[in-house]
Ligand binder design. Sequence first.
Ligand code: GAR
Length: 319
Amino acid sequence: MAERARVAILISGRGSNMAALIYAAKAEDCAFEVVLVTGDRPDAPGLTLAEAEGVRVARLGYAHKAELFEQLDEALREARADYVALAGFMRIIPADFIGRWAGRIVNVHPSLLPKYKGLDTHALAVAAGDRQAGCSVHVVTAEVDDGPVLGQTEVAILPGDSPETLAERVLIAEHQLYPRVLAEYVGREQSLEWITARVGELAQDLPETHARTSHGSPGWRVGSQAAGKFFAIMFNRHHGEDSIGLLVKCTGQDEMAQLIDADPDIYFRPAYYGPSDWVGIRLDRHGVDWDHVAQRLATSWRIVAPPRLTKLLRAADDF
Ligand code: GAR
């Protein structure tokens, strides 16, 4: 089974959305596990619930806002979180913190974004005479309540609804929406389509490359369309290998042995390639080091590229 994403949850209060995420993660096939609950208030009631459920909790003691976000960052790294889920976390997050976790922070908001960002969403919807309210799950960017929307649920406003009665029903919708959308979002990085697109971008950044399938698998070649050579080929759970990833050339059997020895969870010798210099890199994991993958692609490219393309590189090496 695919590896579960490690999610940390930040709360400020009651934590009912946090509870919905924790309960969803109890299903064995859920795409995420909850590895930490923390936030800006050490007395938040949700923390007690998380503890009772056996989830690790960090109660932070800080003097000012900058210190809070330093401590949060440290707690998230210590828990080896892949993603951060905001669940009623009522602080504006500084841009540098968002930058460090770019694309990895999601939030649930009680309105149909882009309508009613910020506070008092239910009162605004009722006062405006809207017929539909709802909730949204979105990626967090530096602009408050503004990142790409991943999913929404509409909730009808009833005649006579007060902001409070409406909030109660929207909350039920939040509890349904958040775990489902979060699971989809964190699971996408393990799909063949997503990984292939990412590898393709890196492969095609290298000089004179083109995409070509090899025995049905997406691959990339260097050189002319007629005489190019493969330097990267995707694999998808074949020949006894229960993962999705990439085959690249390495410099020889010694390097292959070194790579596998240093990181047997990531590298493997593809059985069906015999004693060749193709090495397998598993990519359906969280926290893949894509800079490293780019380097391996460049090495592989260089091994098979025609001399006219590598001549300059060799000259630079000799320099
Ligand atoms: C939820 O309704 C959530 O959407 C909202 O706070 C409530 C927290 O409840 N969040 C925001 O308004 C963020 N801008 P909970 O603590 O029971 O999950």
